[in-house]
Ligand binder design. Sequence first.
Ligand code: BES
Ligand code: MN
Ligand code: ZN
Length: 499
Amino acid sequence: MDFSIKAADKKNSLSGIQTDCIVVGVFENGLLSQHATELDTHGEVTQATRSGDISGKAGSTLLLHRTKGARASRLLLAGLGKEPIISEKDFTTAIAAIVQALSRLGAKSALLALPFDDVKHHHTGWAIQTIVIAAANQAYRSDTLKSKRDAPPAGVRKLGFYVPPVNRAGARKALAQARAIATGVELARDLGNLPANVCTPSYLGEQAKKLSDKYAFGVQVLDKRQIQSLKMRSFLSVARGSDEPPRLIVLRHHGGKPKDPPIVLVGKGLTFDSGGISLKPGAGMDEMKYDMCGAAAVLGIFRAIGEMKLKKNIIGIIPSCENMPSGRANKPGDIVTSLSGQTIEILNTDAEGRLILCDTLTYAERFKPACVIDMATLTGACIVALGHHHSGLFTRDDEAHNQLAESLLSAGKAANDTAWRMPIADAYQEQLKSNFADIANIGGQPAGSVTGACFLERFTRKYTWAHLDIAGTAWKSGPAKGATGRPVPLICTWLFQSE
Ligand code: BES
Ligand code: MN
Ligand code: ZN
């Protein structure tokens, strides 16, 4: 997809613009948007709305050919719901329908002349980011491993945004950020969708090196021996059950001042989670190839950071291995010593994400971070709590953490990649008591996503920290099975906010 901004100035009157398709908005009560009115000099738009062929409800569309009011060969009318202020929901519904419609046209180029600035609580930049990501997601294909590729995306390949001259600079900036985010989402989706026999820990390491070559990041891909000498024994206890060697991937982007403390992003990189000796049931187990979506998100975010040449210092850390049953695998009751020194009783080998993350979170201390954000497909319980709409956001309950939480939540809203805050409190830590070690790796049935977060919390007390449980949001099941690329938009929007 190729995106551009076109200024709505005198030499670019909408009716005179030559393009395969112009998209304008109409409303539920038959009222036309400003740009629809501009193209209605021969009454063709009014006729279309009066005829009842388009209701104006969000999501409705109607294609008109060769209208006299415009030089463009097609006019796509798009329902935007109620006017004058468009609700966020109506706008995103309309965008989904528009992107769908455009993907089926014979048209190659289109110009969107929508009231981008009239969405409740949002501005033109938000509308542009929403559309770019929706259009890129619509054009996405996951057919690299099919012997016969799917039909390439048809329809519009060039999408322009028609904005008033005063909004041009802001629109350009928003477009650059949105493009970067879309490439990040694409990488995260690609990696997530790859099967575990292709996307191994070493493969993720190779991808990190490729990114580093392209964008001049610093990169280290530590192998088993190097992880051993770091004494990350909790991480290694999980990796040991598999024949596939583990990797600890460290990416560095130095875009800020040398002394600026870095933001550290940690991503869970289980390239396959069978559960280990606490084996998962067979049905749907293939979906545990997605247990590296946190890692994929970190790599996707780095791609976006590289595209934007972000003026901040960012470190990405990815612990990656498989969780498999074998003669060398963790056994329920095993006790390991984490890098922090805390001993852990592994009561369930399927709670492995926290075992590889806890050592990584301790390792993160050495970067003296401004803050650490981990993203992990950590618990099925998070899906029970929040479903597939919001990621779970966990931080401690104090001033610095509440600020971090607020800024992440609002970035999520701005990015259409929302999170919902969940509690962390000492009361829940009780559930992680062990008779034989400092801490158990499971806390029983109640509040499973909270006890998972509380486990991690014990390894993050030296810095400001947030945890995103993306178990319900990183991929879709069912007929539309596939990685979503979340939370790349959330984190990128958060990182780009002050740029
Ligand atoms: N990767 C899973 C979490 C998961 C499960 C994500 C289903 C998405 C869908 C994680 O490693 C896991 O197995 N967690 C256990 C924890 C339990 C043993 C305390 C779970 O959620 O059942
Ligand atoms: Mn597991
Ligand atoms: Zn897992």
